[in-house]
Design a binder for this molecule. Structure first.
Ligand SMILES: C[S@@+](CC[C@H](N)C(=O)[O-])C[C@H]1O[C@@H](n2cnc3c(N)ncnc32)[C@H](O)[C@@H]1O
Length: 267
């Protein structure tokens, strides 16, 4: 980059506390925030996902709400509204409004991988970490451990990996996600016998994988109520007496006096 442009970009970043100056206007060094990009796997992917995918939607929020007020259809979301506008397609008539973000990126391998890695990163991020789930499930003794856990919409299987490594009494986990997400995901060597990654579409397929426990972690926040009901109904055929369903979501707290940034992000 030309030095002058670089200086503006880096100083802009420093004003957000990313990097710090050693000698003003001459040299910079990493600080804790900038180092995250280097040392935390998936951090770049999470940022890319937010900046490239979510930003698109933000720019069309008002227009999409005006055009489709109260719609719970994924294809009427601001993001899909923006994607069609970008391609010069009409937003007056949407052929199949059930197709949302996940269908939109399905053919784009790079974007699918980025979204999957971003989800993996989110299982370790403060506020979103899988540890809140792992610390609170009642599986502390071998007897309490379920034999098989099925994680529905498990992205690259990060939660399953953490479950299996923490609870040796669990025989097996099956992590399910869309075929394009599963296709290039990998199982760590030490868990080859206990972790299965498999394709499953929770909107269109009845559950056929047997488990004692089914987990939905950070799934329902992506969907309107009518789709959340559809997802749960597709699980019903697999449920037996005693089967457990765990739903792990962030509960939206009231607006606070002292943490406006957290309030903004959540809303
Ligand atoms: C917000 S992410 C949560 C991922 C993971 N459960 C976690 O806690 O990090 C939502 C996941 O749902 C998956 N998903 C979206 N639509 C799906 C569908 N119709 N069937 C199965 N999985 C789907 C996405 O690919 C993505 O991995």
């Amino acid at each position: 980059m030309p030095l002058d442009d670089l200086r503006r970009v880096v100083q802009g970043a420093i004003s957000y506390r990313i990097f710090e100056e050693v000698e003003p206007d001459v040299s910079v060094r990493h600080n804790a925030a900038s180092a995250l990009f280097v040392i935390v796997p998936g951090f770049r992917d999470l940022l890319g996902h937010l900046v490239s995918d979510h930003r698109l939607g933000a720019s069309k929020f008002v227009e999409s709400i005006r055009r489709f007020p109260g719609s719970g259809e994924p294809g009427h979301s601001p993001l899909l509204f923006a994607a069609r506008a970008e391609k010069g397609l009409s937003n007056d008539h949407v052929e199949d409004p059930s197709q949302g973000f996940f269908s939109f990126i399905a053919d784009d391998e790079t974007r699918v991988a980025r979204s999957r890695n971003a989800m993996g990163m989110a299982t370790r991020a403060p506020g979103y970490a899988a540890s809140y789930f792992l610390d609170n499930v009642p599986w502390s003794t071998q007897q309490q451990c379920p034999k098989t856990v099925v994680d529905i919409g498990g992205a690259g299987g990060d939660l399953s990996v953490q479950i299996l490594r923490r609870f040796s009494g669990i025989g097996k986990t099956i992590s399910l996600d869309l075929p394009e997400v599963i296709e290039t995901a990998t199982v760590p060597e030490d868990l080859k016998d206990r972790l299965q990654l498999a394709p499953y579409n929770f909107l269109t397929q009845k559950m056929s994988y047997k488990g004692d426990v089914y987990v939905f972690r950070h799934i329902f926040h992506d969907w309107s109520d009518q789709y959340a009901v559809k997802i749960l109904k597709n699980l019903v055929p697999a449920l037996e007496d005693g089967t457990r369903v765990w739903i792990n979501e962030i509960v939206l707290p009231e607006l606070s006096e002292d943490n406006h940034v957290a309030d903004q992000r959540r809303r």
